[in-house]
Write a protein that binds this ligand. Structure first.
Ligand code: FES
Ligand code: FE2
Length: 400
């Protein structure tokens, strides 16, 4: 038996046991106290500018999976921050991130994604290696001596581990994926997230603040009322097992039980089946600071990256759905099933979660509602907003 399989099963058993016990006792993992925060966390332009500058342009963040850069020469443009980037898998297999700018007169090198042996600038054809070195200059004699050392691409920090690719937009920033994942690292390792198959992507361009979008992934209190006919049809509402991990516990994981988990009550753990069967009893939703919600299930991975828009009440969510099932996606029916799953998630998020985020934003923009309250049953929200506020060194408590 493979070692990570054993670890994964035991980790999943532990989560299941906690959920069974919470359900039996009619409770949920909870914060010590309800918390009241100022609604300005979603509406204040100055805070928003500070978030963009001090978080999104400074902190390490998960941008894609290893399978999005599948071979040497694979490249992927990344334009969701104010720094245009290109991610490249170089000739040694290492992932690198560069400013997507030529060293001659700063033209953009590539669009979209693809595979290329070199990066040749479309403007005047200067050519760069996948390692970012200047290889050749068109009509070089007009430039006299060019020191290739001074004319490489501008590199930014990037790290790849456990199938995750993190970048840091700050050239002097440091990334350590093991630190980011903390005690969750071995479980992430067991999931083979680097070899998933992309099903489809969707962009949500919303009139709501980026943190409001994240909020919808951070509690199960709303499952029964808001998602009555979708998620609420199979999930037990208002029960979650909550864990923090990573630097200062800023990341979190929520396990949301499915209704059939109740059948395990009274059944010995040895009869709960293998890791895959146990995993079918709940949804695991991770918040990875600063802007990612990552849902892992036995067959799929839902990857939501949430970026601030131009103004405080706007954001863009990029959703990528990956297949990670044990059976290869070969037949038309299998592919259709995966596509149906993707379509279902898009519909739930658009028509239910983000419909709510949009109307919350409008109400808070009036300035007539100055307080937002998080219940004891919403510990992940409290943890996330407190963590972000601590990073920015701002007080977000409600004044009244
Ligand atoms: S700007 Fe790239 S070659 Fe001129
Ligand atoms: Fe939801």
């Amino acid at each position: 038996m493979h070692e990570s399989y054993c670890d994964e099963r035991q980790s999943l058993v532990d989560i299941t046991r906690r959920l069974v016990d919470l359900n039996t006792s009619g409770t949920t993992d909870s914060a010590d106290q309800p918390v009241r925060m100022a609604t300005s966390i979603y509406c204040d332009e100055n805070l928003f500018e500070k978030e963009k500058k001090e978080i999104f342009l400074r902190e390490p963040q998960l941008v894609c999976f290893s399978s999005d850069l599948p071979e040497k020469g694979s490249y992927l443009c990344f334009d969701d921050l104010d720094i245009p980037m290109i991610l490249v898998r170089d000739n040694s297999g290492q992932v690198r991130a560069f400013l997507n700018a030529c060293s001659h007169r700063n033209a953009r090198l590539r669009e979209g994604c693809g595979v290329s042996k070199h990066l040749t600038c479309p403007y005047h054809a200067w050519r760069f290696s996948l390692e970012g070195n200047l290889e050749s200059v068109y009509k070089a004699e007009t430039f006299g001596e060019i020191d290739p050392e001074k004319y490489g691409l501008t590199q930014l920090p990037a790290e790849e581990k456990y199938g995750l690719v993190y970048i840091c937009p700050d050239p002097d920033g440091k990334i350590n994926i093991d630190d980011q994942l903390g005690e969750m690292a071995s479980l992430f390792d067991s999931w083979n997230l680097g070899s998933m198959t992309l099903i489809d992507t969707h962009e949500f361009d919303m009139q709501s603040n980026w943190k409001l979008a994240l909020d919808t992934f951070c509690e199960g209190y709303h499952f029964s009322p808001l998602h009555r006919e979708s998620v609420g049809d199979y999930a037990l509402g208002n029960i979650s097992a909550f864990d923090c991990f990573g630097p200062s516990g800023i990341n979190h994981r929520l396990a949301f039980p499915n209704k059939w988990l109740t059948e395990l009550s009274g059944k010995p753990e040895s009869e709960w089946g293998d890791a895959n069967e146990i995993f079918k009893n709940f949804q695991l939703v991770h918040y990875l600071y600063p802007n990612v919600s990552l849902l892992i299930s036995p067959d799929a991975c839902e990857f939501f990256r949430i970026y601030p828009g131009k103004r405080v009440g706007e954001h863009v969510t990029r959703y990528s759905c990956y297949y990670r099932g044990h059976v290869p996606l070969e037949t038309k029916e299998q592919r259709q099933e995966a596509q149906d799953h993707f379509n279902f998630i898009v519909k739930v998020v658009a028509d239910e979660d983000y419909w709510v985020s949009g109307n919350l934003q409008k109400n808070m923009n009036t300035g007539l509602r100055t307080v937002t309250t998080f219940g004891r049953n919403e510990p992940a929200l409290i943890n996330m907003h407190t963590g972000i506020a601590a990073k920015l060194n701002v007080d977000v408590s409600a004044s009244t």
